[in-house]
Design a binder for this molecule. Sequence first.
Ligand SMILES: Cc1cc2nc3c(=O)[nH]c(=O)nc-3n(C[C@H](O)[C@H](O)[C@H](O)COP(=O)(O)OP(=O)(O)OC[C@H]3O[C@@H](n4cnc5c(N)ncnc54)[C@H](O)[C@@H]3O)c2cc1C
Length: 364
Amino acid sequence: MKMRFNTLDTFANSIEETIQTDVSLATYNTFRFDYHAEYFAIAETLDSLKVLLRWAKHFNQPVTMIGGGSNLLISASIPGLVIINRLAGMSAREQVGNLVSLTVAAGENWHEVVKYVVNEGWFGIENLALIPGTVGAAPVQNIGAYGVEVKDVIARVQVIDKCTGDVYWINARDCGFAYRDSHFKGKWKDTLLITSVELSLKKQAELLLSYGGLSDRIQGEPSLADVFQAVCDVRNEKLPDPNVLANSGSFFKNPIVSTSQRNTLKEHFPNLVSFPFEDGYKLAAGWLIDQAGWKGKQHQGVGVYEKQALVLVNYSESKADALLALEDNIKHSVYALYGVELEREPVQLPVRASKKDVFLETSH
Ligand SMILES: Cc1cc2nc3c(=O)[nH]c(=O)nc-3n(C[C@H](O)[C@H](O)[C@H](O)COP(=O)(O)OP(=O)(O)OC[C@H]3O[C@@H](n4cnc5c(N)ncnc54)[C@H](O)[C@@H]3O)c2cc1C
């Protein structure tokens, strides 16, 4: 059902914005769960986004932004206004020396931007090829793959304040970037939306091949395009295409543990896969889940992907209950075996109390 917000004609006059009510989000999340948005709109320009935010403020409605829906676990209908981000546009500025600044609107598709950048011969994001979703969501969880995180190339992020409509830039160093984390996922999650991202790329740089078996695939002196292609090939082999089998990529973060905890685990599990990280170690969550016997297991219409235990897939469910139950079972079993807590990577919508407390209570 469509509803024009005539009451706001005073400030929405020039923009033919339409807000729909009770819209299914099944095609707006890669798990394909079928919950509804109370109000729904697509923002294609910054001006239309501003009008939508003013509408939400006027009617006291919470605002949720969705990009590609590839890092979401929607588990109930979403109250308030859901805005699909389709802000478009890109501009490049050559800097003196080795640098190129690329400013990209937040609704652009991330992989298309990587393709464009590699075509131009600019270095910095080739290892982040084929990550689904939008440019605006990339800083939210500081996307990463094959030894590169997007924070390595972000110069600054443009945001809009949901409440005041103010638009301004925040320097990368102030964004709280960490492993699959940033202030956009934390203290700014209720107040700021990302509208544009400025990347700082290089005209010449070293290629990084030391992760995920990339070097095994490339003979001789690799070019930028070779690395891009190798990343796409590995990912296509290992990860399910969400257009074919619903999923949201890695469902759990790699747990970070102290050196002593890792060493104790290594004594009991000599094949444990771990990498030095800051003061301790990152454990490969996929290995923990695989060794606990979950790879390929199914529960109702969902399951653990047969080629990569870190990925949960949805074969046939329209609601999230079976997936939430599977998640709990995996967490319990991994905790019982290794004493390690797994943390979910995708964002649950609508935002609700964490299940962590419940989990801790039942696991002791
Ligand atoms: C097959 C597959 C492989 C994947 N591989 C990787 C990988 O290698 N590395 C990795 O890091 N991730 C990976 N992901 C996860 C996902 O692709 C990324 O997190 C991506 O950046 C999500 O983008 P999106 O536009 O789909 O975000 P959405 O899922 O739409 O949103 C994610 C969160 O960000 C918020 N958000 C979205 N846009 C904005 C905005 N403009 N401003 C503020 N908040 C916003 C949303 O409200 C939500 O909380 C993978 C996912 C899939 C399905």
